[in-house]
Structure formats: structure tokens, C-alpha cells
Design a protein around this ligand. Structure first.
Ligand code: T4K
Length: 369
């Protein structure tokens, strides 16, 4: 019992009876995908919940990212961060775009906005920052740079479901924001994702692109892809909206307990809440400084594993270190010092709504001794 495996995340599921009711409706209707009733309702309710104008649902976050770049016809070079999940850069690669990596700031792990201008070339068309762990990137500065240089901004908001800055959704910054609803995310539709946009015209283009480019039965306006969310997942997502606030509150309690119990442990750093931000507590990263802590990050990571605690080193290695990207000039680690250090220090500890306080203490006890 004491040694039960604890994974980094555990998906929250909707009420099964309610989901079965939705399934019965779908079974009766025989409408199982392609912009059905549940899909349309979920888009509307999600937009209202998030406080955004328009949501286009996708089958996953990666296809949403790839399609967001297509939507804005991004080409050439795009400035991005190496400190993310590989999907961020892969989306550029799948569009034939050259990623240009810029270092992160060392406080929250987001792209360092003060280094973006130096990376702009005549080929730069856009900036693709990530709100890492749900902490907002420097949106005002990034949007200002984009305005000055005539660049587009697509935020990879895969971690930022429900995050608000000064009471406003973080998804309203930039041209487009992309969400992931993967099983491991704060809000899941098993697999899934979305693009958030500001106006109807843009939504129309996004919706064409995720459905092969069809504008009507006989008109294909662009070489689109098939990235539609089906009715079962949309119905599941609608039910998930009922419990998301309660789950976020429970995640906050877990994060607070971690902070309380790890406070003062030499060599273990963590992120604190920012006053102006409504957080979603999607991840709980700790940063191991082995000059001050009794062991290296990897020694702690494997010690936790030996105790059946499966944290994850999100995001190690850096994307810029993978074979597909390490040959790029901007992948030179000398220019990515903060990112390299952070990737070598991080462990994301388990966090999910039903992680018990006893389990949190079991984890912190191992870290503290
Ligand atoms: N941009 C960013 C910044 C992202 O973080 C991601 C995805 C994307 C874009 C792309 O979005 P999607 O196309 O995925 O919608 C996981 C997720 O698969 C991935 O969605 C996520 N980021 C990434 C950070 O984490 P892995 O390779 O670590 O997954 P895996 O299978 O090792 O699972 C992680 C942990 O969760 C394990 O301990 C097991 C546990 N788990 C997993 C699943 C699937 C469960 O307990 N139940 C489950 O059903 O990538």
C-alpha cells in the first residue's frame, strides 16, 4: 500500500453514468464526427468557460499547432524556445519552417523576450512562445515586438488551460493560441486540442483547414488536413467542464502542500504563484541545484523511481539537442545557457486532483532526507 506507484499525472474522468447517457444520444443519432451537435455545443461552452471569442476543436494539440501555422501562412524562420515538449518544434518542421531557438529566462522557464529581437532576420515571420507549466510568457513584450517587426504570434498554450492574467484569459494574447487536451493535461478529452482565435473569419479558415480545406461539398479552399475532434470526445469534454474548477482547486492544494513541505530544503527550488495570475497548477516542477543539495538531479530522479514515484524530467533533453535540430546554428548550447541549466535541474513531481496529502508527504519525505 505504502509503495503504490505514483505517476506524474493521472487523468481525471467524467462521471461514467453521465457519459453513458451522452453515448446513448450519439448512438441514437448515428452522428459520430464532423461538426456534430456535441462538437458545436462543446466549442461554445468551452469559449464561454475560457473567456475567449472563438474555439476550434482539434483531435490533438500537435495537429492544432501544425494547423495554426498553416492558418497564418507562416513560412521561413520562426523564433521559438528549446525548453518545451518536442511537439512545439515538430509543428514547425512539419510546415517546412526553420526553428530559431532563443534562450529562456531563468525564473519561469519561458522564452526570454529580451533576446527575441536579436534573433530576427529578414526570413522571420512569426514567434512561437510556450506558456511553460502554464506560467504566462512575457505576452505584452512579445506582442509589442511582433507589432514593431510585423510578425505573427502563435502561443503554444498546451499547458495554459484556464490561466488568467489580471482577470483576462492568457489565450487572448497574440494571433492564435493552441491548447492540448491530452490525457495528461489539467483538462483532458483523452486526446484533443484547440485553436483559440479572436474573430469569425479566422475561425472559418481554421475550420476549413482541419476538414481537408472543404468550404462546401465541392469547394476545397486550401490543402487542409483531417484534424477533427469526434462526437464521443466532444461529449466527454462537455462533461469535463463540470468539474474543472473543483479539480483546479484541488491541484492548488497539492501545490501548496508541496511548497510548504519543501520550503527550506537546501538546493530544491520551486515556482511560487504570481499575484496577478490565476494559475491552473498543471505541473509542479522542482529544480535541483546539486551544489547545495545532497545529490544530483538524476540521482534524486532515480531515487524517487526506486520508491515507486514517477516524476518526469519535463523538459530534458532540450528540443535543440535532438538529432533533428542540433545542427542548427541557434541550437548551440552556448546561446542557450539558462535552458540548458534548467533542463538539467528539473523534475516535475506528480500532481493531479486525487493525489492525497499522505502521498504528497511520502514524496516530500524522500526529497528531504
Ligand atoms: N506543446 C506542449 C508544450 C506540450 O506539452 C504538448 C504535449 C504538446 C504541445 C502537444 O499536445 P498533444 O498533441 O499531446 O495534445 C506527455 C503527453 O503525451 C503530451 O501530451 C504532453 N505535452 C507531454 C508533456 O507529456 P509523454 O511522452 O511524457 O507521455 P507518457 O505516455 O509518458 O505519459 C506521461 C505520464 O502520464 C506517465 O507517467 C503515465 C501517465 N498517464 C499517461 C496516460 C496517457 C496516465 O496515467 N494515464 C494515461 O492515460 O508525453
Amino acid at each position: 500500500m505504502g509503495n503504490k506507484p505514483i505517476l506524474v499525472s493521472r487523468p481525471s474522468l467524467p462521471n461514467l453514468d453521465e457519459f453513458v447517457e451522452s453515448l446513448k444520444t450519439i448512438w441514437d443519432s448515428r452522428w459520430i464526427t464532423n461538426n456534430g451537435d456535441f462538437h458545436q455545443r462543446f466549442e461554445k461552452e468551452l469559449a464561454a468557460h475560457l473567456g475567449v471569442n472563438y474555439v476550434s476543436l482539434f483531435s490533438n494539440g500537435t495537429l492544432a499547432l501544425i494547423s495554426a501555422l498553416q492558418t497564418l501562412r507562416i513560412t521561413g524562420e520562426v523564433i521559438t524556445t528549446p525548453y518545451s515538449f518536442v511537439a512545439t518544434t515538430h509543428a514547425l518542421h512539419w510546415n517546412g519552417i526553420k526553428p530559431v531557438f532563443v534562450d529562456i529566462e531563468s525564473k519561469f522557464g519561458n522564452i526570454d523576450s529580451s533576446k527575441i529581437e536579436a534573433a530576427i532576420t529578414p526570413k522571420t515571420t512569426a514567434i512561437l512562445p510556450v506558456h511553460v507549466y502554464g506560467n504566462p510568457a512575457d505576452v505584452e513584450k512579445i506582442d509589442e515586438i511582433a507589432d514593431i517587426y510585423g510578425l505573427k504570434v502563435i502561443y503554444d498554450a498546451a499547458h495554459a488551460f484556464g490561466v488568467k492574467k489580471d482577470g483576462q484569459s492568457i489565450l487572448n494574447f497574440g494571433d492564435l493560441s493552441v491548447l492540448s487536451f491530452h490525457a495528461t493535461k489539467t483538462f483532458n478529452t483523452i486526446e484533443g486540442g484547440a485553436i483559440v482565435c479572436q474573430n469569425k473569419k479566422m475561425k472559418k479558415r481554421i475550420d476549413y483547414l482541419k476538414n481537408f480545406g472543404f468550404a462546401n461539398e465541392t469547394t476545397v479552399v486550401a490543402p487542409g488536413i483531417n484534424a477533427k475532434m469526434n462526437e464521443l470526445q466532444a461529449a466527454y469534454g462537455l462533461l469535463q467542464l463540470k468539474s474543472i474548477d473543483e479539480h483546479t482547486e484541488r491541484r492548488k492544494q497539492v501545490a501548496d502542500q508541496y511548497r510548504k513541505e519543501l520550503q527550506g530544503t537546501a538546493g530544491i527550488g520551486f515556482l511560487n504563484d504570481i499575484e496577478t495570475i490565476e494559475h491552473n497548477y498543471s505541473y509542479f516542477p522542482i529544480f535541483v541545484d546539486d551544489a547545495l543539495y545532497s545529490m544530483t538531479r538524476d540521482e534524486l530522479y532515480f531515487k524517487l523511481k526506486d520508491n515507486n514515484i514517477f516524476g518526469r524530467r519535463y523538459f530534458y533533453p532540450l528540443i535543440s539537442e535532438f538529432p533533428s535540430y542540433r545542427g542548427l546554428e541557434s541550437a548551440n548550447p552556448n546561446h542557450l545557457k539558462n535552458a540548458t541549466r534548467t533542463a538539467n535541474q528539473v523534475i516535475c513531481l506528480p500532481i493531479y486532483p486525487d493525489l492525497t496529502s499522505t502521498e504528497v508527504s511520502r514524496i516530500t519525505d524522500i526529497i528531504k532526507c
